[in-house]
Structures are given as C-alpha cells and as structure tokens.
Design a protein around this ligand. Structure first.
Ligand code: NAD
Length: 372
C-alpha cells in the first residue's frame, strides 16, 4: 500500500460538508483519498454518510485530538487538508482549542518528529477571526476596531456600530493584512491555528496555506445542528412553515460563498507555490443583508412562512464581508451565485428526506431561547 503514495491526500473532517466535496474533486483529478474523521455525533450521528461510503476512499474513524490517530492517518501521505473542527458558539471553550488548535500543533509535531515527506498542508480557518473587523469613523475620518456591542446597546435596539463620537461608523470589508479581533472561542481557536500552522510551516519548511472561508453553502451541510448557519435554519423554518427568524433589524450583512468555489480554492492551493505560507479570504465577494437572504430563501422554497425580525445574539457580528482580491490575483473567483447555492441545498435537503424529519419544536425553541 505504501509504494505509490505520491498522490495520497489526507483530509481530516472529510466526512463533513467541505471535506467531502474537496475529496470528490481531488479524486476526479486522480488523487487517492484518505479521510480521518470522528463522525461527530451532532453532524453525522456516528455513521459514515452515504456520500462518502460509496466512493471507495480509505476511511479512518479517529480523532484529530489524538496523536496516535494522526500518526496512523499520516502514513505515506503527500498532502494534508486539515478541515476537522469544533464549531459554533458554545460554552465549552477549551474544546475549540483542543480540536482546532492543539490538533494543528499535533499535525506538525508528527510531520517534524517523523520527518514525513508531506509536500503541503492546507488548513481551514474562518472569516470569524476578524470579529467585527475594522470601521471608519465618518466624523474624524480615522479607523478603529470596535468592541462587542454592549447589552445596553442591544436593549436600546441600537444595532449599528457607533464610532467613539457616537456616530454611525462605516464597516470595511475584511482584508487579510488587517488586525484580527475574534469575538468567540471558535474564532480565537482558528486564529491560533493560523499562527501555529504558518509559523511551524515556515520554521520546518512545510508549505502551508490557510483559508478563511466566509459562510459556505451547498449540499451536504448537516442539518442536524440547528444552532449553526442561517441557511440551514431558514430552510428548515421555511419547509416547516414556521417564521424565518432574522435577528436585530435584518440589516446585518454577510457574504456567502458556494461550496463549488471553496473547493476550487482548495484544489488551487495544492500545487500553487505562490500560496505557500499565505492566508486567503475565500468569500462570495458580495454583501447580502440577512433579511435579503431570508427573502431569497422564501422565494426559492415558495414557503408561506413569514419573516420575523428581532432578538439578537450577543456575540454576533454586525457586518461580516470579506475582501477576496488577494485570492483573485491567482485567477480564482466566485462563479456561483447565492441563489444557486440556496436552490442546491434545498434540492439536496429534500432528496435526503430531511424535510420530513424537521424538529419543528426545536426551531420554535431556538427562537424563544434567543429572544430574551
Ligand atoms: N461551513 C462553513 O460555512 C465554514 C465557514 C468557515 C470555516 N469553516 C471551516 O471549514 C472546515 C470544514 O467545515 P464544514 O462546514 O465542512 O463542517 P462539517 O461539520 O460538515 O465537517 C467537519 C467534520 O469534522 C469532523 N470532526 C469534528 N471534530 C473532529 C475531531 N475531533 N476529530 C476528527 N474529526 C472531527 C466532523 O465529524 C465532521 O465530519 C471547518 O474547519 C470549519 O471550521 C466552515
């Protein structure tokens, strides 16, 4: 098995959304695929998903927090995509660092310790590292990095970020070279992953690329976890006929990127030497209001659900839109629209029969839990 391994790719989290699509694209290009995944219960209910089982990939059920599992998975590997992660906004803070950051250190520890011939490591970070990003104060024409909005601000329904002169401030799309300011454990652990990977990669000569994905959309996003992803939540709400819950005033902005464009970026980084030791935003290149997005879901699903506006989540960012010009310079660009991604997800969701298993009560409780 170890004789012809120069094209062997390890994908951690490969049973998941981005990992499985990346695996399929690389397999089509002739790479051999090995997947390391612990089949996290709130994503897969402990089973290999059908879309992976059928492909003939080498599957290892293991945990990126365990060095032994890394050692087993890295045997004979030339390229690594480290996509396994603990995600969302949860209170077990340390688990984010164990799964996202310590695992990254373990990966380099294994490569360096055993002098493994790994040619490239590509890691998933997130737009979340920027937090609220950078704003311009229109009063003094200076820039600043805002703190989290206060409970008082939320209570007053003052959704927009204000400058130090208490005037509305203007957000700047996130650029790779600006300071980052993660607002939750997920973002913090991803930032630590980035620094760890780029530093160890440079020091030990292991070409490394980090991608900060925006909100990724398309088929195979697990609908089991209702606490993540506006699309997953809106579609379940639309298909269940309950209101689509848009927080704040609906004018928060986001950028959404198709899984197909994300996969194209992942594939590009494998051989492109210019991407070594670099960090790139991978986004849709366009700002959408959350309200506009919910309206698009309504149109595409033809639901009678209303859109309900209000409530908030304390650590949500107000505007999160990435500048993608750095990656575009390498010839990459988003080719698929948000509407296409929504339609693709709805189609897959129904094909898999998830529309028949929607936890209507959970969706209503989710809304109650937020609107304090
Ligand atoms: N989907 C998005 O919108 C988005 C946005 C920004 C960044 N990302 C990042 O991209 C990567 C892939 O995300 P995704 O959307 O495909 O998520 P996903 O949940 O579909 O896939 C993640 C996979 O990792 C596995 N996993 C979790 N903990 C593990 C562990 N300890 N050991 C081994 N496997 C483990 C899960 O079982 C799952 O199959 C993640 O690193 C995520 O943080 C995703």
């Amino acid at each position: 098995m170890l004789t012809h391994m120069k094209n062997y790719v390890l994908i951690t989290g490969g049973a998941g959304f981005i990992g499985s699509h990346t695996a399929d694209a690389l397999a089509r290009k002739g790479y051999k695929i090995r997947i390391l995944d612990n089949l996290q219960s709130d994503v897969h209910a402990g089973k290999w998903p059908r879309y992976i089982k059928e492909k003939g990939y080498e599957l290892i059920r293991g945990d990126v927090r365990k060095k032994n599992d890394w050692q087993k998975a890295l045997r004979g590997i030339s390229y690594v995509y480290h996509l396994a992660a603990y995600q969302d906004q949860r209170l077990d803070f340390s688990k984010f660092f164990e799964t996202n950051t310590v695992s990254t250190a373990l990966l380099y520890e294994c490569i360096v310790g055993k002098k493994l011939p790994v040619k490239k490591v590509i890691l998933a970070s997130s737009q979340f590292v920027y937090g609220d990003g950078m704003y311009r104060c229109s009063h003094s024409n200076t820039t600043f990095y805002p703190e989290l909005r206060t409970a008082l601000q939320f209570a007053r329904g003052e959704w927009d970020i204000l400058c130090p002169h208490r005037k509305k401030a203007i957000p700047r799309p996130f650029c790779e070279d600006q300071s980052v300011n993660p607002t939750n454990s997920y973002g913090l652990s991803k930032r630590a992953l980035e620094i760890t990977a780029i530093r160890l990669g440079k020091t030990y000569g292991i070409p490394t690329t980090v991608f900060r994905y925006s909100i990724v959309q398309g088929s195979r996003q697990s609908p089991k976890n209702i606490y993540s992803g506006a699309l997953r939540i809106f579609i379940q709400q639309a298909l269940a006929g309950v209101p689509l819950t848009v927080y704040e005033d609906g004018h928060a902005t986001r950028d959404f990127v198709s899984i197909k464009d994300v996969v194209a970026a992942n594939v590009l980084a494998l051989k492109n030497r210019k991407t070594d030791f670099e960090i790139y935003n991978v986004g849709g290149g366009k700002a959408h209001t959350v309200l506009g997005f919910a309206q698009a879901v309504k149109r595409i699903t033809k639901t009678k659900s209303k859109i309900s506006i209000g409530g908030f989540r304390r650590t949500d960012t107000r505007h999160a839109v990435s500048d993608i010009s750095k990656l575009k310079k390498l010839g990459w660009g988003p080719k698929h629209t948000t509407e296409e991604s929504i339609a693709e997800y709805v189609k897959w969701f129904k094909e898999e029969g998830f529309d028949r298993k929607i936890n209507r009560r959970g969706l209503i409780e989710l809304r109650r839990g937020i609107k304090k």
